[in-house]
Design a binder for this molecule. Structure first.
Ligand code: ATP
Ligand code: MG
Length: 590
């Protein structure tokens, strides 16, 4: 494939307000042992995520800092200092003990972004349970599916969510012994408390905190995360306490976290990003974490960034696209002098998105790549690096990533510039241990000492990785292999286009032809002339073989609840095929 995005100039960084954590010298001398020595640890080589996130700060000046600044959707505000959050998590751990919950049992959370979510995650980790956070907008079906796979023993939710989503399926959850419900700031009245549940508020208040964190092995399971379900049925990836080593180190390098940062991760803790980088990693650095309960709305987000003086912001392409849709003027109306670093993950970030960051905030958006399975960031554009818009950046220190081919003699690393599958040398600290209940699927991800990601990409002569597409989404047309990302990025260059997705449509001559779907920004209307303009643009930029043959304009594109465009659904609808697992489809509540 031709050199992608060659039309975009490399972005060289100006001086940074704080010295970047990852310099060339740091990269050269990186050792996992050094990173390990930056953790606090438990006796006998033990590691516990809650200890690294909270208790290690006790007795230091960080103990009195705000760990979590919560902004409720009803205008409430609550600040929790590190020492308070530690104590509350220890109370939660003692509550679990009082209920007879055993270490190793799985605790599920179905909660909006309330302070209790953070208390319960950290308290359950402290108690050495396995925590699984579910996105609170899931309907009963996806909850049942995930809780059955995970055999959850305890669920923490709200009375409203319990009545709407759990009551009707509880009989089908034989492993579920206890349900704790969370009110909003006050004890629940007997009428408010659903039968068969306990009010967490008074329990937390009346239970004395548990003592020091018991010995925990780095190999003890800690977190269960379900994948986004972009390609099919979600998989439950199990992670261990030892992952905290990579969580902390990668946040220093890829998010450039410094102790004085005010940090906002806009991902919900129901997804791996919202836990690894929305709870664990920032707390290990002692920064102040912003938790905004409200949903996305460009104006409110700008307000949070400005009023809370956010310095580091970790977001996703879907949010960037929505902000682009709202216009750079709105961004410029909100001066953000404190904001110094923006990163994005979850989907390919089109070069247009990177450039837009420059225009709107005076800062490029730093794309990084990882997966639920990798537990943490693997490939990233870091603060000190030049940015090539459209590239995911370079592997972080300690991570060996490559583009590989599966040849007759096994796995071979592909030559520079050639496409292949993105693979990571197995054995990094936050590597998932298994897809629970699916040993064969787990085994299939590993070969010849590599973890095979299922994503296609290529590496350039400077070691930068370029995303081509998921292997399931790649299009074979007239002898070419086309990654959707390249075509979509060109469509995104047109001022009318807000979102773009391309699929391959079977064709008797070319094998597949490319069909594009776009949604438009406010003020633009679908018309024959717009469609022609888009066809011409892609033809002139990509050549007729790679340009879409058909373009449909839709009001919006179908996405997962984590905001990823569902190409497989567009394809199934186009071809009249079964729609497959839609448990994570945005807007569905099944
Ligand atoms: P499933 O595995 O259930 O189909 P999923 O792969 O979308 O869902 P996640 O683990 O949440 O679930 O997402 C990881 C995937 O997201 C990556 O494999 C990749 O396809 C995509 N992705 C994440 N970050 C980037 C990025 N920076 N550029 C391109 N793609 C990305
Ligand atoms: Mg995946």
């Amino acid at each position: 494939m031709s050199q992608t995005f060659s039309g975009y100039a490399v972005i060289h960084k100006g001086p940074s307000p704080v010295p970047p954590n990852l310099t060339d010298a740091e990269r050269a001398q990186f050792r996992w042992e050094t990173a390990r020595s930056r953790l606090s640890g438990l006796p006998d080589g033990g590691l516990n995520i809650a200890h690294e996130a909270l208790d290690r700060h006790l007795g230091t000046p960080i103990a009195n800092k705000v760990a979590l600044r919560w902004m409720g959707s009803r205008g409430e505000r609550r600040d929790l200092r590190y020492d308070e959050l530690s104590e509350l998590s220890a109370r939660f751990s003692a509550v679990l003990d009082g209920l007879g919950v055993q270490p190793g049992e799985r605790i599920f959370l179905l909660l909006p972004r309330l302070p209790e979510l953070y208390i319960a995650v950290l308290g359950a980790l402290r108690h050495r349970n396995v925590v699984c956070t579910l996105f609170s907008a899931f309907g009963p079906e996806p909850i049942l599916q995930r809780m059955s796979i995970g055999q959850g023993a305890v669920l923490i939710t709200t009375p409203m969510l319990y009545r709407k989503k759990i009551e009707g399926i509880r009989a089908q959850l034989p492993h579920l012994r206890q349900v704790l419900v969370v009110g909003r700031g006050a004890d629940l009245t007997p009428e408010e408390l659903p039968s068969g549940t306990l009010d967490l508020g008074p329990l937390l208040r009346d239970t004395a905190p548990s003592g020091v964190i018991p010995s925990t092995s780095p190999d003890d399971p800690a977190l269960l995360h379900f994948t986004s379900g972009t390609t099919g049925k979600p998989k439950g990836a199990l992670h261990v306490h030892g992952a905290v080593l990579h969580h902390r180190q990668s946040a220093a390098y890829a998010l450039d976290l410094h102790p004085d940062d005010v940090y906002w991760c806009t991902a919900d803790p129901g997804w791996v990003t919202g836990t690894s980088y929305g709870i664990v990693a920032p707390l290990t650095h002692g920064v102040t974490l912003i938790v905004y309960e409200g949903d996305f709305d460009a104006s409110s987000w700008y307000k949070v960034l400005r009023e809370e003086a956010v310095t580091v912001w970790y977001t996703a392409p879907t949010a960037v696209r929505m902000m682009m849709k709202a216009g750079a003027e709105l961004a410029r109306e909100h001066a953000l002098p404190k904001l110094r670093f923006i990163a994005s993950v979850g989907e390919p970030l089109n070069p247009e998105g990177v450039i837009w960051g420059q225009q709107a905030f005076g800062l490029p958006i730093h794309d990084n790549w990882w997966q639920t399975e990798t537990g943490g960031i693997m490939i990233a554009n870091t603060a000190a690096m030049d940015i090539k818009p459209g590239s995911m950046g370079r592997p972080l220190p300690g991570i060996e990533a490559a583009v590989i081919k599966r040849g007759p003699s096994g796995i071979e690393v592909a030559p520079v510039g050639e496409e292949g599958e993105i693979a990571i040398r197995a054995g990094w600290p936050s590597q998932f241990r298994e897809y629970i209940g699916e040993p064969e699927r787990t085994a299939k991800c590993f070969s010849g000492g590599w973890y095979l990601s299922g994503d296609l990409g290529r590496v350039d002569e400077d070691g930068y990785f370029w995303f081509v597409g998921r292997s399931d989404d790649v299009i074979k047309t007239a002898g070419h292999l086309i990654g959707p990302f390249e075509v979509e990025s060109v469509l995104m260059e047109h001022p009318a286009v807000a979102e773009a997705a391309v699929i391959g449509k079977p064709d008797p001559v070319a094998m597949e032809v490319i069909k594009a779907f776009v949604s438009l920004k406010a003020g633009y209307e679908a018309s024959e002339s717009l469609r022609r303009e888009l066809l011409l643009l892609t033809r002139s930029r990509l050549g007729p073989a790679v340009a879409p043959r058909e373009i449909d304009v839709l009001p919006s594109l179908p996405k997962t609840r984590s905001g990823k465009i569902l190409r497989r659904l567009l394809k199934a609808r186009e071809l009249g095929l079964p729609e497959g697992d839609l448990s994570t489809l945005e807007g569905e509540s099944r």
